[in-house]
Design a protein around this ligand. Structure first.
Ligand SMILES: *Cc1c(COP(=O)(O)O)cnc(C)c1O
Length: 377
C-alpha cells in the first residue's frame, strides 16, 4: 500500500484519516442490493449503537446518504407529533440551523436563545417546559462546533423527560470522540456523520435513537419523503437495506474506521483527542491568542481563537502559508467576533500540533504579526 500524502486537517471535519481507511474504499464493484452488502450494513448499524453504549433492544441506528445536516432535518421533521411544539435551546450556529429547519417546514417551535459564549440557563429551560405543556421535543447541540462550547445535555435531557418530552441532541462533533452513554445522558436521539469522530468519509450520516419512539412516529405527520425517519427505519427493518442508493464506498471505509475505533478504544481515543486539544491550547496561549470560550466550558475538541488587533494579521495569508505546508486552519462561525478555529478531530496526535505551531509561528513572522499577539482592550 503506497502512503498517501498526509494533510493535517484542523478544520471541524472532514477529519484526517488513516491510509487504511482511505484504501478501504477500493473494493471490487458491488451492487448494494446484494445480501453481502446488506449484512455489512447490519453490523455497521449495531456498532453505531454500541459506540454510545445503547442496548440493541431499545436503540437502533438509521443510516442516510448525505452530510450531517440531513440528520437534523430528519429528526425535526419526523419526530414532532401533530399540534405539538419543539423547544430549541440555542447558543450557537448549529442550533440556529435547527431553528431554520423548523422555519422551512413550518414546524411550531420555541427558541431559547443564548449568547454563543454562554451556557443555557437550566432554570429557564425548566420554566419554559412547565409553562408550555405542548412541547413534545427538546433539541440542542452537544458541542457547538462554531465555538467549541459544551452544553449540559444530561441535565437538559432530564428536564425534557420530567416534562414528558423527548430529547434530541446533535452530537455530530462529539460522537466517537467524547464518550457518550445514550441512556445515562437522557438522550432519545443523537446523530453524527462518518467524516467526523469516526474518521471516515463524507456521504454517510446516521441517527441513533429509541426504537419505541420511531415506531410511534409512524403516525406522525409526514413532512418529507426522502428524509423521513420512520420510512427509512422501516425499510431497513424489512429488507436490511437503505431505501435508496447508499454511499457504497464510504460504507466500506466506515467499516474499516470502526475496526480502528474498537482497536484504539473509547478511553484511549478520547485521551488522544484531549492531548491534541491541550497542545492546541498551549500553542495558542503561548502566542498570546484569546479564545471565545472560557476553559471550563470547552468541549475539548474545538478551539475558537480571536483575531489579534494587529494591522499585519491576515487570516487568508496565514491560512495559505499553513495550507501549502500541509496544515489546514479554519475560519470561525460567529457573526459578532472575527475568529478562527483549530480542532482536535481526526487521526492526528500531539506531535502534529507541535509541528503545526512551528509552521503557524513562521506564518505570523512572515506576515509581520507581533508575537505575542496584541489586543487593544
Ligand atoms: C459538522 C456538523 C454538522 C453537519 O454539517 P454538514 O456540513 O452538513 O456535514 C452538524 N452539526 C454539528 C454540530 C457539526 O459539527
Amino acid at each position: 500500500m503506497e502512503a498517501v500524502k498526509r494533510n493535517i486537517l484542523l478544520n471541524p471535519g472532514p477529519s484526517t484519516t488513516t491510509d487504511s481507511v482511505k484504501y478501504a474504499q477500493v473494493v471490487p464493484d458491488i451492487c448494494p442490493r446484494e445480501n453481502e452488502f446488506a449484512s455489512l450494513m447490519k453490523g455497521l448499524r449495531n456498532d453505531l449503537v454500541r459506540i454510545v453504549h445503547g442496548d440493541l433492544e431499545k436503540y437502533t441506528s438509521v443510516l442516510f446518504c448525505g452530510s450531517g445536516t440531513l440528520n437534523i432535518d430528519v429528526c425535526l421533521n419526523s419526530l414532532l407529533p401533530e399540534n405539538k411544539r419543539i423547544l430549541v435551546v440555542n447558543n450557537g450556529a448549529y442550533s440556529t440551523r435547527a431553528v431554520e429547519i423548523c422555519q422551512y417546514y413550518g414546524l411550531p417551535y420555541i427558541e431559547l436563545k443564548y449568547p454563543v459564549d454562554e451556557r443555557p440557563d437550566l432554570s429557564e429551560v425548566e420554566k419554559t417546559l412547565r409553562e408550555n405543556t405542548d412541547i413534545a421535543v427538546v433539541y440542542t447541540t452537544h458541542n457547538e462546533t462554531g465555538t467549541g462550547i459544551l452544553n449540559p445535555i444530561r441535565e437538559i435531557g432530564a428536564l425534557a423527560h420530567r416534562y414528558g418530552a423527548i430529547f434530541i441532541t446533535d452530537t455530530t462533533s462529539t460522537y466517537a470522540m467524547r464518550p457518550i452513554d445514550i441512556e445515562k445522558d437522557n438522550i432519545d436521539f443523537l446523530m453524527a456523520s462518518a467524516q467526523k469522530g469516526l474518521m471516515a468519509f463524507t456521504g454517510l450520516s446516521f441517527v441513533v435513537g429509541s426504537r419505541a419512539v420511531i415506531e410511534a412516529s409512524r403516525d406522525y405527520p409526514k413532512r418529507s419523503y426522502y428524509c423521513n425517519l420512520f420510512l427509512q427505519y422501516d425499510y431497513f427493518e424489512k429488507t436490511g437495506e437503505m431505501h435508496f442508493t447508499p454511499p457504497v464506498q464510504t460504507i466500506y471505509a466506515t467499516l474499516q474506521a470502526l475496526k480502528e475505533y474498537w482497536a484504539e478504544g473509547e478511553q484511549a481515543k478520547w485521551a488522544r483527542h484531549t492531548r491534541v486539544f491541550n497542545a492546541i491550547n498551549k500553542g495558542l496561549d503561548e502566542l498570546g491568542f484569546k479564545q471565545v470560550i472560557k476553559p471550563e466550558w470547552r468541549a475539548g475538541l474545538v478551539s475558537s481563537a480571536i483575531y489579534p488587533d494587529d494591522p499585519n494579521w491576515s487570516f487568508d495569508k496565514v491560512h495559505d502559508y499553513c495550507y501549502e505546508r500541509g496544515f489546514t486552519i479554519y475560519p470561525g462561525k460567529i457573526s459578532t467576533t472575527n475568529t478562527f478555529r483549530l480542532c482536535a478531530l481526526g487521526a492526528i496526535d500531539e506531535k502534529d500540533i507541535v509541528d503545526f505551531f512551528w509552521v503557524f509561528k513562521e506564518a505570523l513572522a512572515v506576515c509581520g504579526v507581533q508575537i505575542p499577539v496584541k489586543y487593544n482592550d
